[in-house]
Write a protein that binds this ligand. Structure first.
Ligand code: RRO
Length: 311
């Protein structure tokens, strides 16, 4: 089975990437797995300046999945461009850089700093971080705000850069948001970011996270993620959304999970929370997906994308 995929012109050697936020800029994986064998390392969302993030505790495990309220902790775009992207490029790894900002201008400035760095196949525009106080607004929960960010980034980077818009599951009309992103310049869509949740400690009788709410990830959100991928693909098939690649993420931890995403309409997948327990998970997911596709007679990933929609 040919596992190489093409996402709107971004050629990846494997359909399995790390999800943003689970391995910083890849160094944390180096001792455990070959970063060059991944479809891409999707880097932790980066903003213009270094940030310390939200107060701790900002991670909490639940039996169903993990909650986080990291709040975009990181070293800022200069450190990424000067130290982390060259490190990935030296190893032959493909990078997808997740960019963030407090307003469309910051997104555009960060994107402009990142394009042209060696080994960068695409940018993922993170309009859906649930942990940035952006006057109370998550860009990805409003079509106009989503379009403003994607439009500013597209204008800053030119026509040739592949831009994936990262969508939030916490919206009433996912297709309307996706349409706004694609019409404003996104080349593809990543579904989904974390789902907002709260966990209360019954011993202290207080929320587990310092800021109360956090983004839920892991097995708990997999059916939500598959539903979002399904909805996007169905809207494209119905002519309600421009044709564009969808990257599926949310609770993927096995080849079966990845195949489910592909059959629902994903051209590639990302593994997030499962990487914390076992950094070799993305490689294993790719091997298992290849075997499952072969068993079903598919010659490539592309041949299976959206197969579950067929009459
Ligand atoms: O840093 C975070 O708190 C964070 C981000 Br940017 C995101 O997009 N999703 C998430 O669950 N946490």
């Amino acid at each position: 089975v040919d596992l190489a995929v093409d996402l709107a012109g971004a050629r990846l050697r494997s359909p399995v990437m790390t999800a943003s936020g689970c391995a910083a800029a890849g160094r944390e994986l180096d001792a455990f797995t070959d970063v060059a064998a991944l479809g891409a390392v999707v880097t932790k969302s980066v903003m213009r300046s270094p940030r310390s993030g939200r107060p701790t505790p900002r991670m909490a495990e639940t039996p169903a999945g993990m909650l986080n309220s990291i709040g975009l902790q990181g070293g800022g775009v200069d450190a990424l461009v000067e130290h982390d992207l060259p490190w990935l490029a030296e190893r032959g790894a493909t990078a997808v850089v997740s960019v963030a900002g407090g307003d469309p201008e910051e997104f555009a400035e960060v994107a402009r700093r990142v394009v042209g760095a060696p080994g960068v196949a695409a940018l993922e525009v993170n309009i859906s971080c649930p942990n940035v106080a952006n006057r109370g607004l998550v860009f990805a929960c409003d079509p106009g705000s989503s379009a403003a960010v994607l439009g500013a980034v597209r204008a800053a980077v030119g026509d040739d850069v592949v831009l994936l818009a990262k969508l939030s599951p916490d919206v009433t009309d996912l297709v309307a948001i996706a349409r706004a992103c694609l019409e404003a310049g996104a080349s593809g869509l990543t579904a989904i970011n974390t789902l907002l949740g709260v966990d209360v400690d019954v011993r202290t009788m207080r929320p587990r996270l310092a800021v109360t709410t956090g983004g839920l990830s892991g097995p708990a959100i997999r059916p939500v993620a598959v539903r979002c991928v399904w909805q996007l693909r169905a809207a494209m098939l119905a002519g309600l959304l421009p044709e564009a690649p969808v990257v599926g993420t949310g609770g993927v931890a096995s080849g079966v999970d990845a195949l489910q995403m592909v059959l629902a309409g994903a051209s590639a997948v990302q593994v997030g929370t499962a990487v914390f327990a076992d950094p070799t998970t993305p490689g294993r997911v790719a091997d298992e997906l290849g075997a499952l596709l072969a068993e079903r007679g598919f010659a490539s990933v592309a041949d299976a994308v959206g197969f579950a929609h067929r009459a």
